[in-house]
Design a protein around this ligand. Structure first.
Ligand SMILES: *[C@@H]1O[C@H](CO)[C@@H](O)[C@H](O)[C@H]1NC(C)=O
Ligand SMILES: *[C@@H]1O[C@H](CO)[C@@H](O)[C@H](O)[C@H]1NC(C)=O
Length: 321
């Protein structure tokens, strides 16, 4: 009996090792895991007259719900702090999302603050302190400006256009799509699951001709704009856990304006869920933390209430700061 027991144990042991070593480097499975992550979101300056009575800066609730649905929490980050205050915040949060909107990507406060965090994240990752960044739409465009050191965006109009993704061969071995079931990958390439709301973007040609971008990011998908331009729609960092989507995964589950082509199909919802969970898993690898529970509690978005704005904007709810 003893012998049988031992051989069964060994068998399982080897089977386990075999399976784990195929799925991911063994190093990862030994890393500490942070199941109480907090993700920073930079606020946007209110420019719309009709929104001005509510506050100076805002974050649409859809991005907040997106992060919360992935199993994390949001800390809103204002654009008016000092560099040392941002350095302090960086030591507490576990990831950062640059959201969509409309800001100058070189001269605005949004760009200034993003650059501070981008540099901190580069240095942290270089030192083995894992820190993921995600850019959606304008946030992705901002990542191209930060990495290239110049604005290479051109007109790639795709306003209110839902599209399937034209996945590159590299997408198959990407981190972003790694855990997607085959059925979802197929749907992603066949069905219009990605909502586009942009005028500008980076063309595949401009991306490939820029040495900084080409060596920093791997293109995971491309699409054709209304003017025929072939633009980069998804990328991920080669060495850094930085991700960009020119489309809006959060609208699939959290925005309902009738005149907008927000994809709400079963696969569209699944896509949005998978990516939210993917990014929160990335944030689990960051062990940054607040100095105390009280400091954490007072920093989170739960201290604010979203405002109903469906009668005056294309959003249902917005947080104002
Ligand atoms: C898909 O990508 C390939 C290679 O990047 C490109 O040649 C093709 O034109 C693209 N097609 C569409 C519909 O985007
Ligand atoms: C929009 O709805 C809110 C909440 O019901 C209301 O207070 C506000 O007056 C409405 N605004 C307009 C312009 O209709």
């Amino acid at each position: 009996m003893f012998n049988t027991g031992v051989s069964t144990y060994l068998c399982l042991f080897f089977a386990c090792c075999f399976c784990c070593s195929r799925a991911m480097p063994t190093k990862l499975s030994n890393e500490a895991v942070n199941d109480r992550s907090v993700i920073g979101v930079l606020t946007q300056v209110v420019t719309d007259e009709i929104m001005k009575p509510f506050g100076r800066t805002y974050i649409p609730s859809s991005y907040v719900k997106y992060i919360e649905s992935g199993g994390s929490r949001v800390m809103p980050i204002r654009l008016t702090l000092t560099t040392s205050e941002y350095e302090n915040i960086f030591r507490k949060i576990n990831g950062l999302i640059f959201i969509g909107g409309a800001a100058d990507l070189e001269t605005s406060d949004f760009a200034r603050v993003a650059k501070i965090f981008y540099r901190l994240a580069l240095a942290a990752n270089d030192a083995g302190d894992y820190f993921p960044i995600w850019g959606t739409c304008m946030g992705m465009q901002l990542l191209t400006v930060l990495v290239a050191g110049e604005n290479l965006l051109t007109k790639t109009p795709a306003e209110n256009l839902a599209l399937p993704l034209n996945l590159t061969t590299e997408a198959q071995s990407s981190r972003m799509f790694n855990s997607f079931p085959d059925e979802l990958i197929n749907a992603l390439t066949q069905e219009p699951l990605t909502g586009n709301f942009h005028h500008y973007g980076i063309t595949v040609k401009d991306f490939q001709e820029n040495e900084m971008l080409q060596s920093f990011f791997t293109i995971l998908s491309t699409n054709i704009a209304k003017n025929g331009a072939h633009f980069v729609s998804t990328f991920e960092g080669k060495r850094y856990p930085f991700y960009g989507v020119q489309w809006h995964p959060e609208v699939n589950r959290f925005q309902w304006y009738r005149k907008a082509n927000f994809p709400h199909s079963r696969h569209a919802v699944q896509l949005s869920s998978e990516l939210a969970e993917f990014f929160v898993n990335e944030a689990r690898r960051s062990l940054h933390h607040f100095d105390s529970p009280a400091e954490e509690e007072s920093s989170l978005i739960y201290n604010y209430s979203p405002v109903y704005v469906a009668n005056i904007t294309t959003y249902e709810q917005i947080y104002f700061f």
